[in-house]
Design a protein around this ligand. Sequence first.
Ligand SMILES: Nc1nc2c(ncn2[C@@H]2O[C@H](COP(=O)(O)OP(=O)(O)OP(=O)(O)O)[C@@H](O)[C@H]2O)c(=O)[nH]1
Ligand SMILES: [Mg+2]
Ligand SMILES: [Zn+2]
Length: 461
Amino acid sequence: MAMIKKAEEEAPAVYPIKCPYCFKSFAADEVHFRAPTPKHYAVDQRSGERVIREDSIIDRNLADYYRQFGRQAPRRFPIIAPKGGVSGDEYIGMAVGGDPVTYRDGVMYSVKTEFGDDTEKRLCPYCHNDLPKSAGYTKSYTIAFAGDTAVGKTVYITTLINRLQFLDDGFKSMLMPLTGAVSDKYETYYFTPMYREGLLPEHTHVNEVVEPLIYELRVGINKINGDNVADKTVTLTFYDVAGDGIKNADYVNTRARHLKYADAFLYMVDPMQTGAAQRLAALNANASADYILGRGDAVKILESFFTQDIDFKDKPTAIVLTKSDLLKSTETTQRYFSRDSIIYRQCEHKGWLDMEQVTQMNTEVHNFFGITAPLFRKNVDFMFNNVGYFAVSALGGPTETVKTEDNTERKKIAGGIPQEIRVEEPFLWILAQLGIVPDKPPEEPKQKQTGGGLFKRLFSR
Ligand SMILES: Nc1nc2c(ncn2[C@@H]2O[C@H](COP(=O)(O)OP(=O)(O)OP(=O)(O)O)[C@@H](O)[C@H]2O)c(=O)[nH]1
Ligand SMILES: [Mg+2]
Ligand SMILES: [Zn+2]
């Protein structure tokens, strides 16, 4: 596992923005704004004069964005482009006189329209999707989850977000959804079915638009003079892709474009994609039920995915062996991991990533792939300069198929709710590689921080 020097950059006051939808990058003062009312000017068909209209507009940039996915964009309120350089009836001007543009902490924050309304709704100037509130204020990272269909990506993301909310107190961390919409989406589609009803997700479909779940993560929060001050505040963007799509260049170029722009990867591998499959299938009814005939083996998927012009070489990449609970069932003589292997134990990272556990984990899982998928391991070791091997179980135990009231079959978690094992570990490792969480204990009692500064401003916003 190569140790890459962490980026300990000086925090600039304002960060460039990378749109979480179209991935174009731009300066924080290049944003557009969405008006708070539909008022705009348009030429009246009959009189030929420019008149004020009060109906929503067709936003051409947004329409182009939706069209890539074969969808139609909803009508929206008009747009304000503070820097100009655009034309069309969907744009309205800014208030004349005074100062129509407001900055906060150096970031363009709100504008007053020519109709006298204020708006803080910032948009990507290219695709006109809403920008996260933190855009420009914090550094943002896109972390991509990849892997073939049914390896457990959706299940993993669901449990990961839950675990990250309850990280060990030592991290002094907080994970917060950026918007109500993100929070609702996670609750409705991810958390409630699995944690309240014990239901497993349906396959993620290739023709679904992959909408990001965007969170703000604060680490190292301390109360200083009554204010919460975080050492690090970052925006994390999660995308749940369809495994069926990632072998396909079209998919990667449209719905899953974030894969090309990701700062780090979690590449998920199911034990059933390795040489352990037959043995596991013979021993374990669930494993064979999950096994999908014709699904590629780990190495083929890896190659077809990462050869698609994705810049991955130096990006931290965690190879995550999912469903580790399945491996427990293997016979004594044919066991891949000893009964008391670290992979079956709960991980303990108390305020920093414990590299001893990570190294132990890395060795054991690396050995596993050496036995069950040597070509895969060899390719991974050649392809990535900063790679770690991990094993997780999102569910902690078997699944079962039950008949629901309307006589359809649904897959459920046999134990009721997920009993996650080591779910957060590969993710913490990625965060440590990106310089967001520490990977060693603090050397001495922390120096008293001087109040103020960027993070204080952010936190008290
Ligand atoms: N035993 C066990 N089974 C798991 C675990 N995680 C996932 N599974 C099984 O794997 C199935 C597929 O998981 P998903 O998360 O839907 O897989 P996916 O990678 O999102 O698949 P696509 O959406 O098709 O790309 C689940 O329905 C479970 O049956 C685990 O930790 N343990
Ligand atoms: Mg899925
Ligand atoms: Zn955009």
